[in-house]
Design a protein around this ligand. Structure first.
Ligand SMILES: Cc1ncc(COP(=O)(O)O)c(C=O)c1O
Length: 323
């Protein structure tokens, strides 16, 4: 009797979820499960014992520090969101700077020339390419409809085989946003975010990888730039932040810093959902600090691929009635 070898790939059966094949934007980088775990990866590879973190950042970045027992010192930023380095940077330490809103690449270029162990947090700057020899990480869910996923640029790798994460139990908010609406998915979004806490460093899931491979990045970037430029043209005179977008920069949001607080709540009441970057900062800093002011008064206006100039006009008109 003839024996037949089994095909490795199953053929037939039900039709699977069909996603557009495309290309991965950061195809040369290490795909991991979360941005915070990308930071953990860096800390493990480099064995730093101390990290300088900005007060103005997300508290999930502390997770790897607790895990690895890495000490942390916080630093302040100035009115242009640049770091205030009025202290000696200790040996064997690293200095993390966030590319705020995707608009601080020039600062990163300068820091890269002057600070020895710079780590760039590009969670808000997905489209920026990493600088050579500068450890840099990205978080995908701030820019695209995936529940997790990160990229890491680093020259050395950890000598361990990373398991692949599974995202399927973190998709409910994304599915609800389509089948119901974005508001119906919000509670799930909060719950699914909690599921990202205290996970091991893993490879990015297949599901997030495949969704990210199907995105038209050129189009997404262009829409963000056009929306940003429109808002800047109409709101720059009211904005306490002196912004300029380098021609290649693709911002995450339009950051509108107002002298008054409370506008955010009024926008949310009109279904313009603006996030707070970052609620934890309120507990970390003095009330009279710039970071406190930023957290309270900065309105992060959405400019992503879901929106066009009509939507931007709506936001400007509503803001004009409130200011
Ligand atoms: C500036 C910044 N860096 C890093 C992270 C961590 O990314 P992730 O949620 O993918 O771990 C976040 C938010 O979560 C963030 O806001």
């Amino acid at each position: 009797m003839e024996t037949q070898t089994l095909p490795l790939k199953p053929i037939g059966g039900y039709i699977e979820l069909q996603l557009n094949p495309g290309r991965i934007f950061h195809s040369k980088l290490l795909p991991l499960n979360t941005g915070r775990n990308a930071l953990e990866y860096i800390l493990r590879v480099r064995k730093y014992s101390l990290i300088y973190l900005p007060y103005y950042t997300c508290d999930v970045l502390l997770e790897p520090l607790y895990k690895l027992n890495v000490a942390c010192k916080f630093y302040k930023i100035d009115q242009d969101l640049n770091p205030i380095i009025d202290f000696e940077i200790a040996e064997k330490s690293c200095f993390l700077y966030t590319n705020y809103y995707g608009l601080k690449t020039e600062t990163i270029n300068k820091l890269a020339r002057s600070i020895p162990n710079l780590i760039v947090d590009n969670a808000q700057a997905f489209f920026e390419l990493p600088l050579q020899h500068i450890d840099t990480f990205y978080s995908c869910r701030k820019f695209f409809g995936v529940p997790d996923g990160a990229y890491l640029s680093i020259s050395n790798t950890l000598d361990v085989k990373l398991e692949q994460d599974l995202s399927l139990n973190r998709f409910s908010h994304l599915l609800k946003s389509i089948d119901l609406n974005i508001e119906e998915g919000y509670t799930d979004y909060i719950e699914n975010n909690k599921d990202l806490c205290n996970r091991d460093i893993m490879q990015m899931s297949s599901l997030s990888t495949q969704i990210l491979a199907g995105i038209n990045y050129g189009q997404c970037a262009l829409i963000r730039q056009e929306n940003f430029d429109f808002l800047h043209e109409h709101l720059a005179s009211k904005n306490l932040l002196k912004l300029s977008r380098a021609s290649a920069a693709v911002p995450m949001v339009y950051p509108l810093l107002l002298p008054v607080s409370g506008i955010k709540q009024k926008l949310i009441a009109q279904k313009i959902f603006v996030a707070t970057y970052w609620p934890n900062v309120i507990d970390w800093v003095e009330k009279d600090s710039f970071e406190y002011f930023l957290t309270h008064n900065l309105i992060a206006l959405p400019i992503d691929h879901r929106y066009n100039i009509d939507d931007m006009t709506t936001m400007v008109n509503i803001l004009n009635t409130l200011l």
